[in-house]
Design a protein around this ligand. Sequence first.
Ligand code: ADP
Ligand code: MG
Length: 403
Amino acid sequence: MSERGSFEKASVRDAPLDGARVLTRVDFNVPLEDGDDGPAVADDTRIRAALPTIELIRERGAALVLVSHLGRPKGGPDPRLSMEPVRARLAELLGAEVALADGVVGESVEAAAATLEPGQVLLLENSRFEPGETANDPELAQGLARLAGIYVDDAFGAAHRAHATTEGVAHLLPGYAGLLLEREVRELTAVRDHPERPLCVVLGGAKVSGKIGVIDAFLETADSILIGGAMCFSFFRARGGATGESLVEEEGVAPAERALARAEERACELMLPTDLVLGDRFAADAERRQLDGTEVPDGWIGLDIGPRTIADYVEVIGRAGTVFWNGPMGAFELEPFAAGTRGVAEAVARAPGVTVVGGGDSVAALVGFGLASDVDWLSTGGGASLELMEGRRLPGVEALRDA
Ligand code: ADP
Ligand code: MG
């Protein structure tokens, strides 16, 4: 697929790479599992996604210092969240040696960086081992800037955070966009600003509060918004409906009410489920029943959208010129409650329009259903893709040089 959407930042393709040392922020925040000798990478999708930029920088004769966060270490180094398993996987994928630094910044890290030859790769330790990372501490940014002469950001999934490795250091070194970050911004911006019509936005997942900005933005520009997942219960509560024991995010109810009111005044159709699948517990072996309607009785939890809702949503998705999907339609991790998410995933996969799926659990669902290769763009960034769609500026992108 050709690149769509505009991008106004300087590209790594145009950076003076020959003979340079390049600090590259990647998103190697991968899931880990227990291996024979300690933690191992459970899913290397994010590492693979950064390979084109890494390979381009090496081929152009630069040495690479890579940095990423991994998980949420609490206030300091945590051996269980070391980058070592990532280093091992990256070395396999590159077919080249990758060295692991003994920290994020400091004298010994600077010494290791200084010995790098063109094409060699040094991976820094987990950036969140430094409390200054999330605080965007200028001293940490200076320590990072001492490691290289050029900065490249390819971590789209972290671009909505103004952290030392994503934003602070970009003000101290000439900053360029990596290939993945650029492609992400182009694909998502095209959907936001120049969609093929009709534009259908499918939103699900647990919480409405994190997505209300996206709903507000798309009420102005989309032709339809289809709501599923637990977030529909904030809307039902706002309409005065019974939600039983369903997961209702209380702080989402007032925003949902406002969205319903605004939808009345807009050309955009805000669609809610008209039937549900209920369980008596959040468990795969829960007692399960279908509900024709959305008044959830006491003692029951709404855990999926029902068959009529699936059929309605599938129809709208099939007619769309563009589909943007974020968030599962139900508790899809539990097989008896996965039908709604699977139905939407299959519809998105076969849709003739442009299809873009934004990060997180919806991507995991598509991968699980074996449908990942049937959509036009799978974003590597959940939160970042939503913030971009809302029209917010991403600090990690803003800080880069203009083209
Ligand atoms: P995403 O990561 O795609 O943005 P979220 O993180 O907001 O989505 O929500 C995903 C979670 O929401 C999943 O773990 C799923 O089980 C849960 N979920 C979806 N629908 C329901 C529901 N009706 N009841 C309880 N949990 C739900
Ligand atoms: Mg999620």
